[in-house]
Write a protein that binds this ligand. Sequence first.
Ligand SMILES: CC(C)(COP(=O)(O)OP(=O)(O)OC[C@H]1O[C@@H](n2cnc3c(N)ncnc32)[C@H](O)[C@@H]1OP(=O)(O)O)[C@@H](O)C(=O)NCCC(=O)NCCS
Length: 137
Amino acid sequence: MIDKLSLDYKLDYDRLGYRLNSNFSYLFNLEETINKPYNYVFGYFEDNKLLGFIHIVLTVDEADLINIVVDSLYQHKKIGTKLIYYVIKRFDLKALTLEVRESNDAVKFYEHLGFEIKRTIPKYYGNESAYLMKKVI
Ligand SMILES: CC(C)(COP(=O)(O)OP(=O)(O)OC[C@H]1O[C@@H](n2cnc3c(N)ncnc32)[C@H](O)[C@@H]1OP(=O)(O)O)[C@@H](O)C(=O)NCCC(=O)NCCS
């Protein structure tokens, strides 16, 4: 089941987000994030356990994908795919854009879902460049 993430899941959200950034709970504080305009965080749940989440920022009929993460024990079960298609459908998105580290395996995941590399952003992550990727729906 996919649903908006509530503060009840803050600990699990922080635990999953730690995979993305060791300062995740500070940088993407759940309470602040879900109260920011145009920001949406949806969780993927099985038996009330949070297995993954997606955070997007809406811009009219497009969105920026800020974070997506799936519990490492539950990867390759299409949870990430379901989260992406859920937000596309829910907001009737015409495009979805993101930045990702060049070296991140997630680049393959995004390409599999039809995202294209639009350009490289040098030193976006300090010592590492990012790809700007976009999926037009
Ligand atoms: C990227 C991530 C969200 C993908 O979630 P997932 O639920 O495991 O992905 P899915 O099962 O929906 O994958 C769909 C397809 O994408 C491709 N794919 C997914 N992960 C991949 C990987 N690590 N390497 C290569 N291809 C991959 C595969 O083709 C996969 O299909 P298959 O398993 O049948 O071969 C997950 O691996 C994750 O949380 N990674 C760590 C956090 C992260 O890097 N997030 C992105 C930050 S920008």
